[in-house]
Design a binder for this molecule. Structure first.
Ligand code: HEM
Length: 430
């Protein structure tokens, strides 16, 4: 395993290399990270059929929370051919993915990846997606946002603790490197896929990071008033732990149960811009706890520092029934508290795999979530909008209403992550 908290200069460097990309960045990254060999993969046929089955491969912390890989890359792609994909293109795509699986272990220290397809991709076929797949085109999900809609054909999400693994995988897929981590690429995606052209010139390559130290080391960007404001041990710019085990949907809950894509899931990816001037400038720790978790958490001092003391449960389950009373009594409601209204059998219905970003020199977050159907995401986001709570005089649509004052949705996209057996240019009726 790579050390969990490498020295700060290395952390900043690797993040920058991933953001830049290309072979020079890869060599530089390998120089910095090259102290221990990156583990290679095993027989691809032994991999689980769910592309999103990451949890059993991820490391866990002392409380049993899954720890996401520290570096992330999103590649938005369009199918390069005309009409419907050919059998040859499908074989090359699958061979390229299998090469990645042979090159890197399925772990934080190796490489985790998924490929998803947008509704726009399926439009080229005469057949339609089955009713079992809930995958509408993306749209604005609140009255106070006007996002650009990402409608490429496909999206790749690559994640690793090692920036060098991400960059090598990217180069291998693009056909710029025939060997990655000592393993021959049997095929690549060049000629099959091309960089997507996206609405409003949206970037087709997006990068990010999550994990202790990385936000503080990379906080010298627009949207953060003072780089020192971000706690050194925070995994995300807003300063708190996220993704507690008890506050995530299970992989089973987000998996499609029936139909030809059984074993798959849906993915929503939004790009959110952060404006943390007031978050850090006007608010103290208790204010931030009240708005992120729940006002009672602040009153009772339940969240120390980044919230590691919470263990594996954010504890907001018990704040849900009192949310309207909290709006009246404290004049504010918490982000997690609002979202917890959508729990089913005590758990959320979306599995969050989001990460921070400094793309374009701005503090941001790629909010990537998995759920059985996009309507599960929409229901959760609607609870987070808290429009129903804004009839209280102190709570307005974006003020004292969780974290809505500080976050701005810029782009949204919806995707189907087919089961692994159909991940290469699937038909809607495979
Ligand atoms: C900048 C953006 C965001 C940040 C920094 C953030 C951070 C957090 C934090 C710190 C928690 C409490 C700890 C935890 O349960 O993991 C939380 C809970 C949660 N958030 Fe967010 N969040 C963001 C956006 C969103 C969005 C866009 C959604 C989806 C609509 C969402 C859905 C949830 C859910 C479902 C929970 C758990 C609720 C429960 O306990 O039942 N978050 N978030």
């Amino acid at each position: 395993m790579a050390p969990r908290t490498p020295d700060p200069s290395r952390r900043e460097f690797v993040k920058a290399a991933v953001a830049i990309g290309g072979s020079a960045a890869l060599s530089a990254c390998l120089d910095r990270e090259g102290d221990a060999a990156t583990p290679t993969g095993t027989d691809p046929s032994a991999r689980p059929s769910r592309q999103h089955a990451w949890n059993d491969a991820l490391s866990t912390d002392e409380h049993g929370n899954h720890v996401p890989p520290r570096h992330h890359l999103l590649l938005y792609l369009d199918y390069a051919g005309d009409g419907t994909p050919t059998a040859d293109d499908r074989e090359r795509t699958e061979a390229a993915f299998r090469s990645l699986e042979r090159a890197f272990a399925r772990s934080n220290d190796g490489l985790l990846f998924t490929v998803g397809y947008a509704p726009a991709y399926f439009e080229r076929f005469d057949a339609a997606l089955p009713d079992s797949v809930d995958l509408p085109a993306p749209e604005a999900l609140s009255t106070f946002e006007d996002p650009a809609l990402d409608e490429p054909d496909a999206i790749l999400h690559l994640a690793s603790d090692r920036g060098s693994a991400l960059l090598a995988a990217e180069e291998g897929l693009l056909g710029e490197r025939s060997e990655i981590n000592g393993v021959e690429m049997e095929a690549d995606l060049s000629g099959v896929f091309a960089e997507a052209s996206l609405a409003g010139d949206g970037p087709a390559r997006r990068t990010g990071f999550i994990g202790e130290g990385l936000p503080a080391e990379n906080a010298d960007v627009e949207g953060i008033p003072d780089p020192d404001a971000v706690p050194d041990d925070a995994p995300l710019f807003m300063g708190f732990e996220s993704g507690f085990e008890k506050n995530q949907a299970s992989e089973d809950r987000v998996t499609l149960e029936s139909g030809p894509f059984a074993g798959g899931t849906t993915q929503h990816v939004s790009k959110i811009r952060l404006r943390l001037d007031d978050w850090y400038g006007e608010q103290d720790h208790d204010d931030r706890v009240a708005e992120m978790f729940c006002p009672v958490h602040a009153e009772e001092g339940r969240v120390e520092g980044t919230g590691e003391n919470l263990g594996n449960d954010n504890g907001v389950g018990e704040c849900v029934d009192d949310i309207e009373a909290h709006a009246r009594e404290y004049g504010r409601v918490g982000h997690a508290q609002k979202n917890a209204r959508v729990r089913e059998d005590g758990s959320p219905i979306i599995l969050r795999r989001d990460f921070d970003s400094t793309d374009d020199g701005e503090a941001g977050l790629h909010f990537l979530a998995l759920q059985e159907g996009i309507s599960d995401f929409v229901a959760t986001r609607s609870a987070m909008n808290g429009t129903d709570l804004a009839d209280n005089p102190a709570v307005r649509q974006r003020v004292n209403n969780g974290i809505l004052e500080y976050i701005f949705v810029r782009r949204r996209g919806n995707f189907l992550l087919p089961p692994r057996g159909h991940r290469a240019l699937p038909r809607p009726d495979p």
